[in-house]
Write a protein that binds this ligand. Sequence first.
Ligand code: ADE
Length: 235
Amino acid sequence: MATPHINAADGAFAETVLMPGDPLRAQYIAENFLENAELVTDVRNMFGYTGTYKGKKVSVMGHGMGIPSCSIYVHELIKDYGVKNVIRVGSCGAVKDDVKLMDVIVAQGASTDSKVNRTRFADHDFAAICDFHLMETAVGEARKQNVSVRVGNVFSADLFYSPEADLFNKMDKLGILAVDMEAAGIYGVAAELNARALTILTVSDHIIRGEALSSDERQKSFNEMMTVSLETAIN
Ligand code: ADE
């Protein structure tokens, strides 16, 4: 049955869905990495596709920007479409000094200034963590493919344009690797609905050093992350 935000048929999604923020990235992944990909949902142009990778059924769908947007799509995919594994494939801004542009970050945990996980948990701290099996598989794949990978804590920010510049230095001191805007929300939804989730990110900019990837470097590092993520999806 269609949901308010997804108009796919029952059974249209694979058990594992890869999720970039940008729906046009979902289209790019479907067209360039999957075989026989078909569009299965297009509400608000938040495109979702199902095809195969190395013969195994895999879906890809955009989740938009920020925790409210991704929480809606991940919730409906798990609850209404029976999705078991969600792998966010996104970008992040590094804060830790020894993280380099183009590194791949596997978000083992996700801190946040969002209140969503406190709302779920009587206002207590909830340690938003990824699924161990997905993480282990992704790290193994990255090493196999010689991709420079870092594993650790990220910070899922509500504000892209933060007025609190010193917060980034505090994150660095606490060992947080990088900032995204969704991982903590996706981990919270997956925990609530008993599904597995992982966030894999490319470092597109370094917030403290003020560095950013060129568009060619962006594409190359996105493609590297995608092969790691697709192998994780089928293993
Ligand atoms: N994604 C990529 N760069 C980012 C940044 N600087 N802050 C939050 N999310 C990001």
